[in-house]
Design a protein around this ligand. Structure first.
Ligand code: PMP
Length: 397
């Protein structure tokens, strides 16, 4: 069975994914099981999607009930689930009253870029070095990593990248033709780098002063991940556009852009999405928001994130350069490549991610238990103690 599933996927692969040799079939809370019945502690959340934890009956029920009632309803008609979600979602983001629904993070970014150019009549977009915003052509133009960009050039013109957490560079970059600045409050794929409060407030002030819009990309940081419902809410920030996706609909594909009053409404035909705002995703998102608030998962993430980072900082290993993060978005930067250590952790029942070559990234479900976090720390300590030679030797087995 194992071989057949992996062989079948292998035969049909588009070649895009570095597969781990694990076949996942079931999840509950922060646990995942493979088809042989072996369990793993999940510190990936399906790359930041399963904030509520796996196997939520309430989400399954909301989806099943809505699927029986009405699965599809294009935005050319009104819909009860969409209207309710619009109210419930924008209630979490004061000052951002209007919303465009789509199906992924990269689509949310595409839409935000179009709204920005349209609203301002300007062309330039200022993005940040190490920033990640998606892989469709517009979002990719805002993404920094050359490896993702170069094979697909020419990209969309008008994008520049400036060093993150550097206000002077931003000051020089934002000009009369700047439509928007786009950035993450904590850079995720780029290596788990939180922005400093002064930087964020400084960028906001510059945008306002010079008539540019501020796009905050919370595709990875949203919905409790960093210890607040949205990461920008740690600070005195008011984005003009907020991009969200990942855990918005509890695991169903859904993205959204929330918009403030400086953003001009587009007219019919200028943008759109067949599946955007479909009642099935909206019903799942409503159930997700209900659970996030009822269980106060943002506060849980704040508390557990502090505990987790404290414990990680107690690991005595010469291989660790830095432990950093916000809430349950945590990076451990090593002085060397992390790949062999990730494999060793996997063999010991802990699934984690990399961010760049040198950072181990932890994005556990926000419901993860303290005992599970303890085991993650102990496992990391154990594999780091093997050192580079041990890691390579064991990694080859
Ligand atoms: N923006 C950020 C900050 C992200 O982390 C990601 C995905 N990792 C995206 C955009 C793209 O999201 P998606 O994969 O849903 O297109």
């Amino acid at each position: 069975m194992v071989d057949s599933i992996q062989a079948v996927e292998g035969r049909h692969t588009s070649g895009l994914y570095n597969k781990q040799p694990i076949t996942l079939v079931r999840g509950e809370g922060a646990w995942l099981w493979d088809e042989r019945g072996r369990n793993y502690i999940d510190c990936t959340s399906g790359q930041g999607v399963a904030n509520l934890g796996h196997g939520r009956i309430e989400i399954a029920r909301a989806i099943a009930e809505q699927a029986q009632r009405l699965i599809t309803c294009p935005e050319t008609f009104f819909n009860d689930q969409r209207a309710a979600l619009m109210e419930e979602l924008t209630a979490l983001t004061p000052g951002l009253e209007r919303v465009f629904f789509c199906n992924s993070g990269t689509e949310a970014v595409e839409a935000a870029l179009k709204f920005s150019r349209y609203s301002t009549g300007r062309k330039q977009i200022v993005a940040t070095m190490r920033g990640f915003h998606g892989r469709t052509m517009g979002a990719l133009s805002a993404t920094w990593n050359k490896k993702y960009r170069e094979p697909f050039e020419p990209l969309v013109p008008g994008f520049i990248h400036v060093p993150y957490n550097n206000l002077e560079a931003m000051q020089t970059a934002i000009g009369e033709d700047t439509a928007a600045v786009i950035l993450e409050v904590v850079q995720g794929e780029g290596g788990v780098y939180p922005a400093t409060p002064d930087y964020l407030l400084g960028v906001q002030a510059l945008c306002r002063e010079r008539g540019a819009l501020l796009i905050i990309d919370e595709v990875q940081t949203g919905f409790g991940r960093t210890g607040r419902m949205f990461a920008y809410q740690h600070y005195d920030l008011q984005p003009d556009l907020l991009c969200v996706a990942k855990s918005l609909a509890g695991g169903l594909p859904m993205g959204a852009v929330l918009m403030g009053e400086r953003v001009r409404a587009l007219s019919p035909g200028l943008h759109g999405s067949t599946f955007g705002g479909n009642p099935l995703a909206c019903a799942a998102a409503r159930a997700t928001l209900r659970i996030l608030q009822r269980e106060d998962l943002p506060a849980q993430a704040a508390r557990k994130g502090t505990y987790f980072m404290e414990r990680l900082r107690q690991i005595r290993s010469p291989l660790i350069r830095e432990v950093r993060g916000l809430g349950l978005m945590v990076g451990v930067e090593l002085k060397q490549k992390v790949a062999p250590y990730l494999s060793l952790m996997q063999e010991r029942g802990v699934l984690a991610l990399s961010a760049g070559l040198n950072v181990i990234r932890f994005l556990p479900p926000l419901v993860i238990r303290e005992a599970q976090l303890d085991r993650v720390v102990e496992t990391l300590e154990e594999v780091l103690a093997l050192g580079p030679d041990g890691a390579e030797e064991q990694g080859q087995n």
